[in-house]
Write a protein that binds this ligand. Structure first.
Ligand code: FAD
Length: 455
């Protein structure tokens, strides 16, 4: 299809979407075209001018089917958007077209026996509020849980607060089922269950529109929030590891920040003396007494301690952790960017901490992987130029750390180091015309190019 035809086709498509809210105002469409890609100076250059042609806001699955049909019939690109808090331009339309905003699909179908069924546009904080009334909560959520949707978390997220106990979203059992609308000649509705979930988990909306999810829940605890400070970074890191390893202590968040990162949290300055390294933590109230013994053992000092009730009224420490750490730091120094790293062990953390000093500031988030507590990094990087950034990444990889590169919009490079054939095959089945979030699944485009050369 010629590019000019594609430019007008979206109008033919939306003409068939009677009764569905459609936004064509340029400013609103521009806002709804972008996400938090700007955390990366590389993506800033590549994505700042990308825009959809219009936004549609279905309220139910029938309307999603209508949109899918119209997009296939007129061969219009379709990019799904939840709350648009993704980091790598995940929901930025590279080839214009229609943006499908899921935020009006926000029904909580049911919560029972530790399982919930929800529409994809449900916001995580809204969900948790309701689930807690029945004694349940999400197993994990990103630090954007107040605004982000569950569909967007499965489509673009990886883990977060809660991952210290339950691992990452990709771990078997953390998503039970997804209902998906396809973009075939006659769009279908599929229910993926069990291991089939991996077909669409972290697929950036390239291979199906998730309309509903079934999620396993965790028992809800009253979570105390604490800050512990340390004189030296490795004591803080070892404390984080020990807390993660302590099977008898119930915890939801272990975030460790090396100085000077705490200086980027002015709202917490009363609890973060200059030059100290800190741990930002969520610990079940019932574990607090033994927790204090662990703090003593590692030479920490508790400077902030809120009960769950107190924490629910003020600022949440969770919103200083995971990629919120980067958000706060960049609001003070926009030249900062970040990395996403799996270190596997603290020896490697120490080596890289010593090697880079303040050029790469150490921010650790502990999570559970294959039954073990492991340190992951969302280090802050003082950006100078792309070449140096690539050198830093290459050095990490050479020393044995795994980097999920946050400076690319290609699905295969952010978190998935190798071509994921399961997701690629599923895309060939459900999106034969390559209309869904085009340009993000590099392997799909490569395969199409090979095929066109062969024919
Ligand atoms: P969006 O950004 O709208 O979408 C994300 C991706 O999912 C896009 O590719 C989109 O096309 C696709 N998608 C959305 N809805 C659907 C659907 N219904 N069907 C199919 N595909 C869909 N992420 C983490 O994992 N952990 C964190 O702790 C974390 N912290 C963050 C902190 C900050 C400050 C920021 C800016 C981002 C952070 N993120 C984190 C990234 C992001 O906020 C989360 O992944 C969030 O869950 C995305 O939800 P969303 O509704 O904003 O999705």
């Amino acid at each position: 299809m010629s590019p000019s035809r594609q430019l007008t086709n979206w109008k033919d498509a939306i003409a068939e979407l009677d009764g569905i809210e459609t936004i064509t105002d340029r400013d609103r469409v521009a806002k709804l075209s972008l996400d938090y890609y700007h955390f990366s100076p590389i993506l800033q250059q590549q994505l700042a001018d990308k825009r959809g042609n219009c936004v549609v806001r279905p309220t139910d699955e029938n309307q999603v089917l209508q949109i899918a049909r119209a997009c296939v019939k007129h061969r219009v690109s379709l990019t799904i958007r939840g709350a648009g808090t993704g980091n790598y331009g995940q929901c930025i339309p590279l080839k214009s077209g229609i943006i499908l905003d899921t935020t009006q699909m926000n029904a909580i179908r049911w919560i029972r026996d530790g399982i919930a069924r929800v529409e994809a546009g449900v916001k995580m904080a809204v969900f948790d509020k309701q689930a807690r009334q029945q004694g349940w909560e999400l197993r994990m959520y990103p630090s954007t849980y107040r605004t982000a949707t569950l569909g967007g978390f499965i489509g673009g997220g990886s883990g977060g607060i809660g991952s210290i106990t339950y691992g990452m979203l990709a771990d078997r059992g953390n998503v039970l089922a997804a209902r998906v609308v396809t973009l075939e000649d006659e769009p279908k509705i599929l229910e993926l269950r069990g291991d089939e979930i991996q077909k669409i988990n972290h697929a950036y909306g390239t291979n199906g529109i998730i309309t509903e999810l079934e999620l396993p829940l965790a028992p809800a605890y009253p979570w105390a929030e604490l800050i512990v400070i340390f004189d030296d970074f490795m004591s803080a890191a070892r404390f984080g590891q020990a807390l993660g390893n302590a099977d008898g202590l119930i915890k939801k968040l272990i975030c460790i920040c090396a100085a000077p990162i705490p200086s980027y949290f002015p709202a917490l300055k009363d609890y973060l003396p200059k030059g100290k390294h800190c741990a930002l933590l969520m610990v079940a109230e019932s574990s607090l007494e033994s927790f204090q013994d662990l703090v003593r053992e590692y030479g920490g000092e508790i400077t902030y301690s809120k009960t769950a009730l107190e924490a629910s009224k003020g600022v949440s420490l969770a919103e200083f952790t995971w990629n919120h750490t980067t958000l706060h730091a960049r609001s003070i120094d926009p030249n900062l960017t970040y990395l996403q790293t799996m270190f596997f062990n603290l020896d490697l953390v120490e080596e890289l901490y010593q090697h880079f000093g303040n050029e790469v500031m150490m921010h650790l988030e502990f999570s559970r992987a294959d039954g073990k507590t492991v340190p992951g990094g969302l280090q802050l990087v003082r950006f100078t130029n792309e070449e140096r950034l690539n050198e830093i990444i290459a050095y990490h990889e050479a020393r044995g750390a795994a980097i999920a590169n946050p400076h690319t919009y290609h699905l295969e490079s952010t978190g998935r180091q190798t071509l994921d054939s399961l997701q690629l095959q599923f895309k060939e089945q459900v999106d034969p015309y390559g209309l869904m979030n085009p340009g993000k699944m590099k392997s799909w485009w490569e395969r199409q190019s090979v095929r066109s050369l062969e024919s």
